[in-house]
Write a protein of this length. Structure first.
Length: 272
């Protein structure tokens, strides 16, 4: 009984410490978004105002169009990462073949090599293809940092996956589509969620890749945030920053239950 109470107390303290560690850097941003004339050594702003938020949501700020564009780019990059990363992860996780280590190294290369070095070479190719200064060009270049996360997560999932489940479902008359939907997908869904979450957040936070390929014409929220931060408008920067971090928090909250859940295909196939 005492051990159980002690364990719960440790978990509670650890969780509280983690929340405090994550939240404390956001407090100055939140204060800045309502501040006017916050100068050292004052602990709190001299005046409080909603002007920064009013400007942020106004038509002249460009924040809302950049927000929707950033969401669209991150969702599209995540979807493409899933489409490519799931079969690639299956191949790496289930099969052994010559040169597998080299393939894994090539997948990790975009994470190891500085992104600006990679995108400068791709930028030349995109100019030839007419993809520079376009949204689709930005989406494709976001696959450079997102695809390795998706592929490696799925490779780990498929390394512990038993394809005999699929064979049994097919022997019972299930079509390939039903086998995937009722057997494979429930088993790999936690991995897809984790990989998709990483892919979305990585795409969401891209600045250099978007700036180079987008040419400053594809204005996402990170670009807009950097522009206001360098202009010295701390109040507007704080407001945009609070909007910028919100999707990440929402995604983590909404997927917390799925990330801790058990695979649906372990206990049975469902209806096939």
């Amino acid at each position: 009984m005492e051990n159980t109470i002690a364990t719960r107390s440790i978990r509670f303290l650890s969780g509280a410490l983690l929340i405090f560690w994550l939240v404390i850097p956001l407090v100055p941003l939140g204060i800045w978004s309502f501040a006017r004339g916050w100068r050292f050594p004052d602990l709190l702003p001299q005046k409080w105002t909603l002007q920064a938020w009013e400007y942020t949501f106004s038509d002249v700020s460009g924040v809302l169009p950049s927000l929707w564009l950033t969401i669209w780019i991150a969702l599209a990059a995540t979807a493409l990462s899933i489409l490519v990363g799931v079969p690639a992860g299956r191949a790496l996780g289930l099969y052994k073949f010559r040169g597998k280590e080299l393939v894994e190294l090539l997948i990790l290369a975009p994470v190891i090599v500085p992104g600006i070095a990679v995108v400068l070479g791709i930028h030349t190719v995109f100019i030839t293809l007419g993809l520079t200064n376009t949204v689709w060009g930005v989406i494709l270049v976001h696959l450079i940092p997102t695809l390795p996360y998706m592929t490696l997560v799925m490779a780990g999932i498929f390394a512990n996956y038993d394809p005999a489940f699929e064979q049994q479902a097919r022997s019972l008359g299930a079509s390939p589509l039903k086998t995937f939907w009722y057997v494979t997908l429930p088993a790999i869904l936690p991995g897809v969620i984790v990989g998709g979450l990483f892919a979305f957040l990585v795409s969401w936070s891209q600045y250099i890749l978007t700036l180079i390929v987008g040419g400053g014409r594809v204005v996402t929220l990170p670009l807009l945030l950097f522009n206001f931060a360098t202009s010295g408008r701390n109040d507007i920067t704080g407001a945009i920053a609070m909007i910028y971090i919100l999707p990440g928090i929402v995604i983590l909250v909404l997927t917390a239950k799925q990330l801790s859940g058990q695979s649906g295909a372990v206990g049975g196939f469902g209806r096939v």
